[in-house]
Design a protein around this ligand. Structure first.
Ligand code: RIB
Ligand code: CA
Length: 326
């Protein structure tokens, strides 16, 4: 079977890195290109981190393009307190061997989409500024991209960066509104499922005991992140798997055990709800009342056990030889 070809769009911090490692280790997956975006860290540093992770996986040839450095309509805000100032838990990783491409991440996304219409699945695990900008630049994009799976938002409107704002949506609400309503197939993997899909003590011990480069890297970069999440989990050093789960759902949709196809909008008015995902929960028959989509597939329940086992398997076993580039 032809591998699935992915374009990744990431604010490469700790969990984005785990998502990349997961994808590098899954069969039938080809990472074609990566675009970086502001969010956990600045976009240029996110690109460097992307290169670091790819090189660790032997994926030196995968291009990484620097993307949008700031949100569309608000100031840049980064999250060093969660991911470390370097985005990798302040672990002082060696410089990558190669730099980013000269192309901008938005240009890269548009170019690839036109070169191979309908072939690429996009996995977005940061603020959606690159995707939103690409939509503003190219009206054809939605019909050229096979699917978009994003980590962001929540079905019930609960946030993490703000009371009602999940970080990726809250960092650029205007871009997120464009992405949810462009008419391309979007799957939203939000806090409802990512907070319930975790690395807990047994998995962390298995990863720490494994003698693979990716397990050593994961163990190192997780330490700071586990300290941050310990405050949410009563002192337990465990963590949710936000971005890795979105990556998992992108390449293995059967991980989703229940979902809802609903209209999603993003609150953009100034005030406490800015960045909140608002889900139209009315039943389908209300379409007659003007509810016409586009609809987003929102994951409501996932097979967390199967996913966590897959992730631990990838981290603790040798990575496969990279699939040929395309
Ligand atoms: O809310 C979780 C998201 O915010 C993840 O993508 C994480 O990397 C941070 O960016
Ligand atoms: Ca992220």
């Amino acid at each position: 079977m032809e591998p699935r070809s992915l374009i990744l769009d990431m604010d490469v911090g700790v969990d984005d890195s785990l998502a990349m490692l997961y994808l590098a280790g899954r069969p039938g997956v080809r990472i074609t290109a990566v675009g970086s975006v502001h969010g956990n860290v600045e976009a240029s540093l996110a690109a460097q981190n992307g290169r670091r992770v790819l090189e660790l996986c032997g994926l030196d040839d995968v291009p990484v393009a620097v993307g949008c450095w700031r949100p569309m309509a608000q100031e840049l805000a980064t999250a060093g307190w969660v991911h470390g100032d370097d985005g990798l838990g302040n672990t002082n990783q060696p410089d990558p061997r190669r730099g980013p491409t000269r192309e901008h991440a938005v240009a890269q996304l548009i170019r690839l989409a036109h070169e191979r219409p309908g072939e690429y699945d996009v996995v977005a695990t940061g603020p959606l500024t690159n995707l939103g900008t690409a939509l503003v630049m190219d009206r054809d994009l939605p019909r050229l991209i096979r699917s978009v799976t994003l980590m962001g938002g929540s079905f019930d409107g609960v946030g993490n960066a703000a009371p009602f704002g999940e970080a990726n949506i809250w960092h650029d609400p205007e871009a997120a509104e464009l992405v949810f309503n462009a008419g391309w197939p979007v799957t939203m993997v939000g806090l409802d499922v990512t907070m319930e899909t975790r690395l807990e003590e047994p998995e962390l011990e298995a990863i720490a005991a494994a003698d693979t480069p990716q397990a050593r890297f994961a163990t190192a970069i997780l330490q700071h992140y586990l300290g941050v999440y310990a405050r949410s989990f009563g002192g337990r050093r465990i963590c949710p798997l936000h971005d890795p789960l979105a990556a998992g759902v992108a390449v293995e949709p059967s991980l989703v055990m229940s979902s809802a196809d609903v209209e999603v909008h993003v609150a953009r008015a100034e005030g406490p709800t800015r960045g909140m995902t608002m889900v139209d929960r009315r039943p389908k028959y209300m379409e007659a009342e003007g509810r016409s989509g586009p609809f987003t597939r929102v994951a409501l329940r996932v097979d967390s056990r199967r996913f966590v086992d897959q992730l631990v398997g990838v981290l603790t076993h040798p990575l496969p030889a990279p699939a040929a580039a395309a």
